[in-house]
Design a protein around this ligand. Sequence first.
Ligand code: DX5
Ligand code: ZN
Length: 224
Amino acid sequence: MVEILPSILSADFARLGEQIAALETAGCRMLHVDVMDGHFVPNITIGPPVVQSLRKATRAILDVHLMIEDPDKYAPVFIQAGADQILVHQEACRHLDRTLRMIQSEGAKAGVVINPATPVAMLDDVLDVVDYVLVMSVNPGFGGQQFIPNALRKVRQLVTRRKERGLQFPIEIDGGVTRENLGKIIDAGVEWVVAGSSVFHTVNPPAAFEEMRRIAHDATTVRV
Ligand code: DX5
Ligand code: ZN
């Protein structure tokens, strides 16, 4: 099932509740929440109190992307705040297997992320542990960057590995997704598509969301 996940990084934070409610009415079921600490990436965003408020404001699944130096310390805090799914970077985890299992034992889905410079092979020994995998299609830190096409080759590699090993994990993509490249992204085998500026930096975010969902569904129909 293909899902579009609006990334609130590009939302108007002063109108966050209102913008999310409008997206939910348009059928949005999952929201992507970018957490940055100014160390792992050169930007600072939000912390657990915002997730706690989001939890009260929406029934959508909260997909929390930790771009921070110490995910082991903070993943349980974000789960406690209401995150349903936690994404940790392979590059930030010294004991990735342990971190993923810890997230699951705390009651959330555990996803792993790879940066553009990290090969899929780095995940070979955790693919049977993870609940999902996110391929970064920009270098993390900012919204509104250009899609790096090599991400699609990595998605295809993951699709092949998933099939060979009889696994089921959804594949997510994050960064630079537009209405124009969405069809290709779905064709490559992505199930969950994060979209920041292409949803929020438009005159009508719910309409942009609906259009992206339609494009994604059309591409899925062609794929099957
Ligand atoms: C980038 C973040 C993304 C970002 C995507 O570091 O992880 O989730 O919000 O924004 P767009 O879709 O504008 O590239
Ligand atoms: Zn993200």
